[in-house]
Write a protein that binds this ligand. Structure first.
Ligand SMILES: C[S@@+](CC[C@H](N)C(=O)[O-])C[C@H]1O[C@@H](n2cnc3c(N)ncnc32)[C@H](O)[C@@H]1O
Length: 285
């Protein structure tokens, strides 16, 4: 068991676990259950080692010092967030977007040759989701039917940096269909052999930004036609989830679409939404 390997002296004691649990909850809304003590200990050890601290107490004191707070809090969030993602994750969502939703948005005149489609990948992790969206939309939208813009945001600056570098290993790009690989990936050579870079024609559609869902005053100027917020809500408690979903819905145009992850659910009536599929919703008005 990980707990045995870690050894008692490397485990957060209960009080320290509670301290970090509260700090994480207040700053980013992530609610760590009591059974996550080992997981949090392992993740925080990275910071202890990087800063040469011998104990979690020393680290907790360090992070609370005013001059260290902002920078170290970000480093803490970078190790605490779970960033698992994949290209073409929950593939049926992309198919639905290309085959059903784009034609619907067009026939309702929500997008046109002059009005770009706007999509938000909210909680984009290392970029696989927004780049998948860009590949799918490039194929689905011909030049005469207008273009599209993707806003991709995350709270972790570590994954945002990876996303902006747009470089992925062979195993990471495996879920991308061969045809799209040929069109949209640049194969690395020399010391980049075995790595692939997303082509500029795909990258140009995606803008990355740092955004904390529970920050009181985050503002995105433009309303979105489609929001992907998948495999994010599971990390929050009912209170924060409600606040986050309300803000996501406010960011949608009337009749815009919200996608959530396969293990997530929400009550559509609470948010003026209609459920199209268990994980796909449309704003009523
Ligand atoms: C498991 S990943 C999901 C990635 C992608 N949406 C997918 O489904 O493959 C969840 C992401 O949510 C981000 N996240 C967690 N809390 C957040 C918050 N308060 N504000 C913004 N992003 C957050 C994490 O950093 C992480 O990259």
């Amino acid at each position: 068991m990980l707990q045995d390997i870690l050894g008692e002296q490397l485990m957060l004691n209960r009080q320290m676990f509670t301290n970090f649990q509260e700090l994480i909850y207040i700053t980013c809304g992530i609610a760590l259950a009591d059974n996550k003590r080992t997981m949090l200990s392992v993740r925080l050890l990275k910071r202890l080692r990087a800063l040469n601290f011998d104990s979690y107490e020393e680290y907790f004191e360090h992070i609370q010092t005013e001059s260290n707070f902002a920078d170290e809090l970000q480093s803490l969030l970078n190790v605490v967030t779970t960033n698992k993602t994949d290209f073409y994750r929950e593939k049926h969502h992309f198919q639905l977007l290309a085959e059903t939703i784009i034609p619907e948005l067009r026939s309702n005149h929500l997008i046109s040759s002059t009005d770009n489609l706007r999509v938000w990948s909210a909680g984009c992790s290392s970029g696989e989701e927004p780049y998948t969206l860009a590949m799918v939309l490039s194929d689905a939208m011909g030049a005469k039917t207008g273009s599209f813009e993707i806003l991709a945001t995350d709270i972790s600056t570590k994954v945002l940096q990876e996303a902006m570098s747009a470089v992925y290993c062979e195993e990471c790009v495996a879920p991308i269909p061969e045809e799209q690989k040929k069109k949209y990936l640049l194969r690395g050579t020399g010391n980049q052999k075995g790595f692939y870079k997303i082509a500029p024609e795909i990258r140009k559609h995606v803008k990355f930004g740092h955004l904390n869902f529970v920050a009181e005053n985050y503002r995105i100027p433009e309303k979105m036609h489609v929001v992907f917020c998948r495999n994010v809500l599971i990390y929050f408690d009912t209170h924060s989830r409600d606040e986050i979903v309300r803000k996501l819905c406010n960011q949608l145009v009337p009749h815009g679409y919200l996608f959530i992850g396969h293990s997530e659910t929400l009550d559509p009536q609470e948010y003026q939404l209609e459920r199209l599929l268990p994980t796909v919703y449309r704003r009523k008005c």
